[in-house]
Design a protein around this ligand. Structure first.
Ligand code: GLY
Ligand code: MN
Ligand code: MN
Length: 433
């Protein structure tokens, strides 16, 4: 049963906490204008521990002699449910999601001082939300005020995210199953985009192909705003205007992935609008692709976090020298960082419930060792803005190739390998009769 997964995660957190109380609120609803809201997205930590997707909810986890997990959530309200839809209410939430107790959120301020009393440590995401910080601090002050009755307030506040980030860094089989499906849907969307792209269309028409493909597979939202960047727009790393016309001869860089059941896919593909790479485009593309293969080959258990980046960088720098974009030896270009004119970001990030997922990249001063169960992106690129120091045929070429990779016991699994990325695969898929 799915509830068992969340119960087991709460128990793991309890054993890490040992003694104390953890308070984990979900995300607030955010007004868009008047009485409409942005699409609601729960807090990832809260959902990771509860599976509960409604707004206005808080999870309390007590560890120690009498471990308990308690949910505070919205009450049933038939009038509101007629307008806005189903709410579990505390009783159904308790049984459905396996909490020890559940109460109406309106009772939080009244019940929390009692639950917080005599707990040594408060585990809380301090600084994540100012309104929650003020509320929790006020409740702790109210507990302190009971000192003469022999009740002690937690004397220590620790950031519960330090524990949760580490738990979330290692994906369990339930999570990997969802991530594989998110990856599959997103690969299908990239294939669809390659099939539908023609000169003369607008970037937003291709964005629409992604939204269509995501949604029709049950992934109602992209994991982040899709980047659909034609020609020079691809050299703006976070371009999201998506409103320019696709010109014959341009490349189209698309960084888009869906969110499915709270997990992200994050894929970038770059392909020619007219289905055929020019010689200059192909030269740069093959370098980025070789860099990506090198980085994936370095994403193995026992390697450290920075190894894939360093592997990609070596291939890119050699390629930049070969194309006369950079000058000197590989070592001197790395030393001077002149490559940063064309490659200014890192080669990946953790991936999970958040597209830039939680988890430390270093242990002390050392880059973290890659281990089975970690998921990351591998996304080298090359972005060439016009410059009189750069051969003209390369101007405005922007290329990134991004895959999602699971570290396994024996190596890795590329979750997104169904999205074509060799020149031959792309040109074959885009060939129109
Ligand atoms: N799509 C965001 C990223 O690639 O990091
Ligand atoms: Mn990424
Ligand atoms: Mn991306």
């Amino acid at each position: 049963m799915t509830a068992d997964i969340y119960t087991a995660r709460r128990q793991r957190l309890q054993s890490k906490i040992q003694h104390g109380i953890a308070i984990i609120p979900t995300a607030p609803e955010v007004a868009r204008n008047a009485d409409t809201h942005y699409d609601y997205r729960h807090d990832s930590h809260f959902y990771y521990l509860s599976g509960f997707a409604e707004p206005e909810a808080v999870l309390l986890i007590l560890a120690g002699e009498q471990p308990q997990s308690i949910l505070f959530c919205r009450e049933k309200n038939l009038e509101r449910e007629i307008w806005d839809g189903f709410r579990h209410g505390p009783e159904a939430a308790r049984t459905h999601f396996g909490f020890d107790a559940a109460y109406p959120i309106a009772q939080l301020d009244e019940k929390l001082p009692e639950l917080m009393g005599n707990q040594s440590t408060l585990f809380y995401p301090l600084g994540a939300d100012a309104a929650w910080d003020a509320r929790i601090i006020k409740i702790r002050e109210a507990v302190k005020a009971k000192a003469r009755s022999g009740i002690r307030a937690p004397h220590e506040i620790r950031d519960v995210r330090d524990l949760l980030n580490e738990m979330r860094l290692f994906k369990d089989t339930h999570e990997l199953d969802i991530m594989r499906r998110a990856a599959h849907i997103s690969c299908e969307a990239h294939r669809r985009a390659m099939r539908h792209t023609r000169p003369g269309q607008f970037e937003y028409e291709i964005e629409a192909e992604f939204l269509h493909e995501f949604c029709r597979h049950g992934a109602r939202h992209p994991a982040y705003t899709s980047i659909v960047a034609a020609g020079a727009n691809a050299c703006t790393l976070h371009y999201v205007g998506n409103n320019a016309r696709l010109n014959d001869g341009d490349l189209l860089l698309i960084d888009a992935g869906c969110e499915l059941d709270s997990y992200a896919a994050d894929i970038t593909r770059t392909f020619p609008v007219n289905g055929r790479f020019s010689a200059a485009q192909r030269d740069v593309y093959e370098i980025v692709l070789a860099a990506q293969y090198a980085a994936i080959a370095a994403a193995h258990p026992g390697k450290h976090w920075n190894d894939p980046h360093e592997a990609a960088l070596h291939v890119l720098v050699q390629g930049f020298i070969d194309l006369k974009l950079c000058h000197g030896s590989v070592d001197s270009v790395l030393e001077s960082e002149s490559y940063k004119q064309f490659y200014m970001h890192r080669t990946g990030h953790w991936l999970g419930m958040d597209v830039h997922d939680v988890g430390e990249y270093k242990t002390g001063e050392q880059w973290r060792t890659l281990q089975s169960g970690m998921t990351l992106t591998v996304e080298p690129g090359c972005y060439i803005r016009p410059s009189d120091k750069v051969p003209h045929e390369f101007w405005n070429i922007g290329i990134r190739i991004e895959d999602d990779v699971l570290i396994t016991a024996s190596g890795n699994e590329v979750l997104t390998q169904d999205a074509p990325k060799t020149v031959a695969e792309i040109e074959e898929l885009m060939r129109h009769d």
